[in-house]
Design a protein around this ligand. Structure first.
Ligand code: IPE
Ligand code: IPE
Ligand code: MG
Length: 247
């Protein structure tokens, strides 16, 4: 296997031009709604509407893997009405957008546990994955009921269940047990909504990711700012702990 295509390996030092994998913490839906005197769910609805455009922009820039953080394991603590509303929005988005994504050759993959999801939502997720599994365009990972710590614990459980000998557990094997095994580590993580924290997102995979954060609320994120994030990424010097020839 070539190093550059190994999902468990970071890109080579200096290889910063176009990110292979962009992951986004889509934050700020509630505040977007509040600013307009609308219920929080209106912000979530607007947020879902923003996804298609963002995917188009990233696809046009040659990004091959996109991960969207849509619902965390901690988001269950929100008021039941908001949680149910978000579940309903995801069901609807799956119904309305899976065919379009399939036509665009997008491969849709769910990151997270389906255990707490309703049977109907589980079925929707399974159908979207099945329909698009052979697509060769952008891989769209939807992190829904996803938590980085849970993902790591689940990987540990599966490694133990598979009776892998301790000496065989290295970084490559561990990565292959994560929900994200099919994608390389994210090169760039974007967080909208102004917070400067990771909120349990891709804890293992983000070891050497570059960050871009913006106060812009997710429903307001325009293509121009996304381009700005990609340009900022291209100007970063990734060292992966090494030194550069200029240093
Ligand atoms: C992100 O927007 C979406 C989810 C976490 C589901 P928020 O709902 O967190 O929006 P703010 O941060 O309250 O504005
Ligand atoms: C992170 O946003 C999770 C998602 C965007 C799905 P949160 O709004 O849940 O994060 P905190 O609570 O501000 O850390
Ligand atoms: Mg938030």
């Amino acid at each position: 296997m070539q190093l550059s295509t190994d999902p468990s390996q970071p890109a080579a030092p200096g290889a910063t031009k176009a990110p292979r994998h962009v992951a986004i913490i889509m934050d700020g839906n509630g505040r977007w709604a509040k600013k307009r005197g609308l219920p929080r769910l209106a912000g979530h609805r607007e947020g879902v509407g923003r996804i298609q455009k963002v995917l188009e922009t990233l696809d046009a820039r040659g990004v091959q893997h996109v991960t969207l953080f849509a619902f965390s394991t901690e988001n269950w603590n929100r008021p039941p009405g908001e949680v149910q509303g978000i579940m309903d929005l995801l069901s609807l988005a799956l119904k309305q957008q899976t065919c379009q994504l399939h036509e665009k050759n997008v491969r849709v993959i769910h990151l997270g546990s389906v255990d707490q999801l309703s049977p109907a939502l589980r079925q929707g997720v399974a159908e979207a994955q099945k329909l698009t599994c052979d697509n060769t365009g952008v891989t769209l990972n939807v992190a829904f009921n996803y938590g980085g710590r849970d993902e790591i614990l689940e990987a540990v459980r599966r490694i133990i269940r598979d009776q892998i000998p301790p000496e065989a557990v290295d970084q490559r094997l561990f990565s292959s047990y994560l929900y994200s095994a099919h994608s390389p580590d994210p090169d760039l993580i974007i967080r909208t909504g102004g917070e400067l924290r990771i909120s349990n997102f891709l804890l293992w995979q983000s070891a050497y990711s570059e960050y871009y954060h913006t106060p812009t609320l997710w429903p307001d994120l325009e293509a121009a700012e996304l381009e700005q994030a990609l340009e900022t990424f291209a100007s970063r010097q990734r060292r992966f702990g090494n030194v550069t020839s200029e240093a």
